[in-house]
Design a protein around this ligand. Structure first.
Ligand SMILES: N[C@@H](CCC(=O)N[C@@H](CS)C(=O)NCC(=O)O)C(=O)O
Length: 214
Protein backbone atom coordinates (compact mmCIF):
# COMPACT_ATOMS: atom_id res chain seq x y z
CA UNK A 1 0.00 0.00 0.00
CA UNK A 2 1.19 3.56 -0.63
CA UNK A 3 2.76 5.80 2.00
CA UNK A 4 0.18 8.40 2.94
CA UNK A 5 0.68 12.01 4.00
CA UNK A 6 -2.37 14.05 4.95
CA UNK A 7 -2.29 17.85 4.77
CA UNK A 8 -4.83 18.87 7.36
CA UNK A 9 -5.76 21.02 10.31
CA UNK A 10 -7.54 19.54 13.33
CA UNK A 11 -10.80 21.49 12.95
CA UNK A 12 -11.14 20.36 9.33
CA UNK A 13 -13.95 17.84 9.13
CA UNK A 14 -12.98 17.26 5.53
CA UNK A 15 -9.51 16.16 6.63
CA UNK A 16 -11.09 13.99 9.28
CA UNK A 17 -13.13 12.11 6.64
CA UNK A 18 -9.90 10.81 5.13
CA UNK A 19 -8.07 10.29 8.43
CA UNK A 20 -10.95 8.19 9.72
CA UNK A 21 -11.30 6.14 6.55
CA UNK A 22 -7.58 5.33 6.54
CA UNK A 23 -7.68 4.49 10.24
CA UNK A 24 -10.71 2.20 9.91
CA UNK A 25 -8.93 0.46 7.04
CA UNK A 26 -5.94 -0.18 9.33
CA UNK A 27 -3.66 2.36 7.65
CA UNK A 28 -1.53 5.07 9.18
CA UNK A 29 -0.58 8.40 7.65
CA UNK A 30 1.91 11.15 8.23
CA UNK A 31 -0.01 14.23 9.37
CA UNK A 32 1.10 17.50 7.78
CA UNK A 33 -0.38 20.36 9.79
CA UNK A 34 -1.35 23.32 7.64
CA UNK A 35 -1.72 26.89 8.92
CA UNK A 36 -5.22 27.37 7.53
CA UNK A 37 -6.06 30.03 10.15
CA UNK A 38 -2.96 31.94 9.12
CA UNK A 39 -4.18 32.00 5.51
CA UNK A 40 -1.53 29.84 3.86
CA UNK A 41 -4.05 28.08 1.60
CA UNK A 42 -4.93 31.47 0.12
CA UNK A 43 -1.39 32.12 -1.05
CA UNK A 44 -0.43 31.72 -4.69
CA UNK A 45 2.63 29.76 -3.64
CA UNK A 46 0.68 27.14 -1.64
CA UNK A 47 -1.84 26.81 -4.47
CA UNK A 48 0.95 26.32 -6.97
CA UNK A 49 2.84 23.85 -4.80
CA UNK A 50 0.09 21.90 -3.00
CA UNK A 51 -3.49 22.35 -4.25
CA UNK A 52 -4.62 24.58 -7.10
CA UNK A 53 -8.14 24.56 -5.59
CA UNK A 54 -6.87 26.26 -2.42
CA UNK A 55 -8.41 23.63 -0.16
CA UNK A 56 -7.53 21.31 2.66
CA UNK A 57 -7.35 18.30 2.78
CA UNK A 58 -4.71 17.04 0.40
CA UNK A 59 -3.81 13.36 0.55
CA UNK A 60 -0.44 12.34 -0.79
CA UNK A 61 -0.03 8.76 -1.94
CA UNK A 62 3.66 8.03 -2.51
CA UNK A 63 4.04 11.75 -3.25
CA UNK A 64 1.08 12.00 -5.65
CA UNK A 65 -1.33 14.68 -4.42
CA UNK A 66 -5.04 13.93 -4.38
CA UNK A 67 -7.81 16.38 -3.51
CA UNK A 68 -11.60 16.31 -3.03
CA UNK A 69 -12.68 13.91 -0.33
CA UNK A 70 -15.52 12.20 -2.21
CA UNK A 71 -13.46 10.73 -5.05
CA UNK A 72 -10.65 9.96 -2.61
CA UNK A 73 -13.04 8.06 -0.34
CA UNK A 74 -14.35 6.13 -3.35
CA UNK A 75 -10.80 5.26 -4.37
CA UNK A 76 -9.89 4.10 -0.85
CA UNK A 77 -13.11 2.08 -0.57
CA UNK A 78 -12.20 0.24 -3.74
CA UNK A 79 -8.58 -0.26 -2.70
CA UNK A 80 -9.41 -1.70 0.72
CA UNK A 81 -12.71 -3.33 -0.18
CA UNK A 82 -14.40 -1.53 2.72
CA UNK A 83 -17.28 0.92 3.12
CA UNK A 84 -17.96 1.03 -0.62
CA UNK A 85 -21.24 -0.87 -0.76
CA UNK A 86 -21.92 -4.29 -2.20
CA UNK A 87 -24.95 -4.07 -4.49
CA UNK A 88 -25.41 -1.54 -7.30
CA UNK A 89 -28.31 0.13 -5.47
CA UNK A 90 -26.13 0.66 -2.43
CA UNK A 91 -23.29 2.12 -4.51
CA UNK A 92 -25.74 4.51 -6.15
CA UNK A 93 -27.07 5.54 -2.73
CA UNK A 94 -23.51 6.19 -1.53
CA UNK A 95 -22.80 8.49 -4.48
CA UNK A 96 -26.14 10.24 -4.06
CA UNK A 97 -25.49 11.04 -0.40
CA UNK A 98 -21.82 11.97 -1.00
CA UNK A 99 -22.91 14.61 -3.52
CA UNK A 100 -25.58 15.87 -1.11
CA UNK A 101 -23.08 15.97 1.72
CA UNK A 102 -20.48 17.94 -0.23
CA UNK A 103 -23.01 20.42 -1.57
CA UNK A 104 -25.32 20.74 1.41
CA UNK A 105 -24.52 19.20 4.79
CA UNK A 106 -20.74 19.47 5.06
CA UNK A 107 -20.62 22.49 2.77
CA UNK A 108 -22.93 24.62 4.90
CA UNK A 109 -22.03 23.16 8.31
CA UNK A 110 -18.31 23.71 7.76
CA UNK A 111 -18.91 27.35 6.86
CA UNK A 112 -21.38 27.93 9.70
CA UNK A 113 -19.21 26.32 12.38
CA UNK A 114 -16.10 28.13 11.18
CA UNK A 115 -17.77 31.56 11.19
CA UNK A 116 -19.67 30.93 14.42
CA UNK A 117 -16.82 29.56 16.50
CA UNK A 118 -13.49 30.36 14.94
CA UNK A 119 -13.93 33.98 13.80
CA UNK A 120 -14.10 36.90 16.24
CA UNK A 121 -17.14 38.83 14.93
CA UNK A 122 -19.36 36.78 12.64
CA UNK A 123 -22.18 38.58 10.83
CA UNK A 124 -25.42 37.61 12.66
CA UNK A 125 -27.46 37.71 9.44
CA UNK A 126 -25.05 35.39 7.72
CA UNK A 127 -25.16 33.01 10.69
CA UNK A 128 -28.96 33.08 10.72
CA UNK A 129 -29.13 32.31 6.99
CA UNK A 130 -26.70 29.39 7.29
CA UNK A 131 -28.46 28.05 10.39
CA UNK A 132 -31.83 28.01 8.60
CA UNK A 133 -30.32 26.03 5.74
CA UNK A 134 -28.62 23.57 8.09
CA UNK A 135 -31.80 23.10 10.12
CA UNK A 136 -33.48 22.01 6.90
CA UNK A 137 -30.65 19.61 5.96
CA UNK A 138 -30.54 18.09 9.45
CA UNK A 139 -34.29 17.53 9.33
CA UNK A 140 -33.88 15.71 6.01
CA UNK A 141 -31.10 13.54 7.41
CA UNK A 142 -32.93 12.81 10.66
CA UNK A 143 -36.04 11.66 8.78
CA UNK A 144 -33.91 9.43 6.54
CA UNK A 145 -32.15 7.86 9.52
CA UNK A 146 -35.44 7.06 11.22
CA UNK A 147 -35.84 4.40 8.48
CA UNK A 148 -32.26 3.33 7.90
CA UNK A 149 -29.44 2.30 10.26
CA UNK A 150 -26.83 3.91 8.04
CA UNK A 151 -27.11 6.43 5.26
CA UNK A 152 -26.97 4.01 2.33
CA UNK A 153 -28.66 1.05 4.01
CA UNK A 154 -27.98 -1.47 6.74
CA UNK A 155 -24.18 -1.27 6.49
CA UNK A 156 -21.86 1.67 7.22
CA UNK A 157 -20.28 3.26 4.16
CA UNK A 158 -18.05 6.13 3.11
CA UNK A 159 -21.23 8.25 2.92
CA UNK A 160 -21.60 7.85 6.70
CA UNK A 161 -17.92 8.66 7.27
CA UNK A 162 -18.30 11.78 5.17
CA UNK A 163 -21.58 12.95 6.67
CA UNK A 164 -20.75 12.37 10.30
CA UNK A 165 -17.51 14.35 10.11
CA UNK A 166 -18.79 17.85 10.86
CA UNK A 167 -21.55 16.61 13.17
CA UNK A 168 -19.29 14.68 15.52
CA UNK A 169 -17.39 17.76 16.74
CA UNK A 170 -18.23 19.11 20.22
CA UNK A 171 -21.66 20.73 20.52
CA UNK A 172 -20.17 24.05 21.58
CA UNK A 173 -18.54 24.29 18.14
CA UNK A 174 -21.53 23.59 15.86
CA UNK A 175 -24.18 24.65 18.34
CA UNK A 176 -26.49 21.62 18.12
CA UNK A 177 -27.49 19.17 20.85
CA UNK A 178 -28.51 16.34 18.55
CA UNK A 179 -29.77 14.06 21.33
CA UNK A 180 -32.38 16.72 21.99
CA UNK A 181 -33.01 18.17 18.52
CA UNK A 182 -32.39 15.21 16.17
CA UNK A 183 -32.58 11.87 18.00
CA UNK A 184 -32.12 9.72 14.88
CA UNK A 185 -28.92 11.60 13.98
CA UNK A 186 -27.73 11.24 17.56
CA UNK A 187 -28.32 7.47 17.52
CA UNK A 188 -26.60 7.17 14.12
CA UNK A 189 -23.56 9.10 15.40
CA UNK A 190 -23.46 6.59 18.24
CA UNK A 191 -23.53 3.65 15.81
CA UNK A 192 -20.64 5.13 13.83
CA UNK A 193 -18.61 5.88 16.96
CA UNK A 194 -19.08 2.21 17.93
CA UNK A 195 -17.35 0.95 14.76
CA UNK A 196 -14.15 -0.92 15.72
CA UNK A 197 -11.22 1.49 15.54
CA UNK A 198 -13.31 4.68 15.32
CA UNK A 199 -11.55 7.78 16.64
CA UNK A 200 -12.53 11.42 16.82
CA UNK A 201 -10.95 14.17 14.74
CA UNK A 202 -9.15 15.76 17.66
CA UNK A 203 -7.72 12.36 18.50
CA UNK A 204 -6.54 11.67 14.94
CA UNK A 205 -5.40 15.09 13.74
CA UNK A 206 -2.55 16.75 15.63
CA UNK A 207 -1.38 20.34 15.37
CA UNK A 208 -2.02 23.85 16.56
CA UNK A 209 -5.69 24.55 17.20
CA UNK A 210 -7.63 27.52 15.89
CA UNK A 211 -8.67 30.17 18.37
CA UNK A 212 -12.11 29.35 19.77
CA UNK A 213 -14.18 32.56 20.15
CA UNK A 214 -17.53 31.21 21.36
N1 LIG B 1 -15.31 19.46 -1.37
C1 LIG B 1 -14.02 19.62 -0.73
C2 LIG B 1 -14.16 20.63 0.39
C3 LIG B 1 -12.82 21.02 0.99
C4 LIG B 1 -12.94 22.29 1.81
O1 LIG B 1 -13.84 23.10 1.64
N2 LIG B 1 -11.97 22.43 2.72
C5 LIG B 1 -11.92 23.61 3.52
C6 LIG B 1 -11.19 23.32 4.83
S1 LIG B 1 -11.95 22.02 5.74
C7 LIG B 1 -11.17 24.67 2.78
O2 LIG B 1 -10.03 24.47 2.44
N3 LIG B 1 -11.82 25.83 2.50
C8 LIG B 1 -11.17 26.91 1.85
C9 LIG B 1 -12.14 27.80 1.12
O3 LIG B 1 -13.33 27.44 1.04
O4 LIG B 1 -11.70 28.81 0.62
C10 LIG B 1 -13.53 18.27 -0.23
O5 LIG B 1 -14.37 17.39 -0.02
O6 LIG B 1 -12.31 18.06 -0.13
Amino acid sequence: MPAYRLHHFPESGNSYKLALMLTLCGESFEPVWTDFGGGITRTADWRAQVNEMGEIPVLEEDGRRLTQTAPILLKLAERYGRFGGAAEDERYAILRWLFWDNHKLSGYMATYRYLRTFTPKPDPQMLAFLRRRIDDFLGILDRHLQESAFVAGAQPSIADLSMQAYLHYPADEHGYDFADSHPAISAWLGRIAALPGWRSAYDLLPGQRLQHYM
